[in-house]
Design a protein around this ligand. Structure first.
Ligand code: AMP
Length: 256
């Protein structure tokens, strides 16, 4: 059985950028800021490409929902080895309030239309830290899910997935079709080579709208405010262990 694999690729602020909160606290500054593919989505794409290299997958389709620049994110996925891409264009105004609920509805519709056997997403998007899309999409599709995957093995009609859980690992088996969310240790994603970046320009990239999938983008929640973390207080230097113990004792941090 050769699988059709769908991968969600979100365009997010690059992990190395220092995030700045907007003065009116309505969100974070995104204009003029470097963006890249969500790091967990690079891992999801890599895993899909490895499945294709092992002849377990036959076609990989990447999906990105968001502003026009998401097409660059999709070109990166295509250069890594994805076969075709679907760009679901969301106007800037709607994108500000778009939530995993809406993305999950779109992904589940595409999974059905494309007759996907497997949907890979990242365990979370590093911008909103929601960690909801895998779970909600699995629910909409009524498919089993294996979240926080750190190892995947294909058996007949099912996958054995190792999940990273608090303090250990859990091995589960899910029947296909299924939704998998990629954790950090699943693999190390490859860099796209220049020849593959050139080839990716010729691969198919379809443009769609949420309405094409019958998805209405009315927000389900409202962000009240986004705040910077509290500024860390300056530390103090001590000359000796004795002085440190005395200071901690005086501050009531060591019981006497
Ligand atoms: P979240 O639930 O927002 O933390 O996102 C988890 C994963 O869902 C991401 O790592 C992506 O794989 C996928 N995802 C979320 N938002 C989008 C989007 N706008 N377009 C494509 N995939 C997305």
């Amino acid at each position: 059985m050769s699988l059709r694999v769908l991968v969600g690729c979100k365009r997010v602020i690059d992990y190395a950028v220092k995030i700045r909160v907007k003065p009116d606290k309505s969100g974070v500054v995104t204009t003029g800021v470097k963006h890249s593919m969500n790091p967990f989505d690079e891992i999801a794409v890599e895993e899909a490409v490895r499945l294709k290299e092992k002849k377990i997958a036959k076609e990989i389709i990447a999906v990105s929902c968001g502003p026009t620049q998401c097409q660059e994110t999709l070109r990166t996925a295509l250069a890594m080895g994805v076969d075709k891409a679907i760009f679901v264009e969301v106007p800037a105004k709607d994108y500000e309030t778009m939530q995993p609920y809406h993305v999950s509805k779109i992904l589940s519709k595409i999974a059905q239309e494309e007759k996907a056997d497997l949907l890979f997403v990242g365990k979370q998007a590093i911008d909103d830290d929601c960690n909801q899309t895998a779970q909600m999409t699995a629910a909409f599709l009524d498919w089993p899910q294996a979240t926080f995957a750190s190892q995947i093995e294909k058996n007949d009609g099912s996958l054995k997935v190792t999940r990273e859980i608090d303090g250990g690992l859990e091995n589960i088996e899910v029947k296909l079709p299924a939704v998998i969310s990629a954790d950090l240790r699943l693999n190390e994603p490859r860099y796209a080579t220049l020849p593959n970046i050139m080839k990716a320009k010729k691969k198919p990239l379809a443009k769609k709208k949420p309405a094409d999938y019958g998805v209405d983008l009315t927000p389900h929640q409202k962000v009240i405010s986004v705040e910077d973390p509290p500024v860390r207080e300056a530390g103090q230097k001590v000359e000796s262990v004795e002085e440190l113990v005395k200071k901690l004792t005086d501050a009531g941090m060591i019981p006497t």
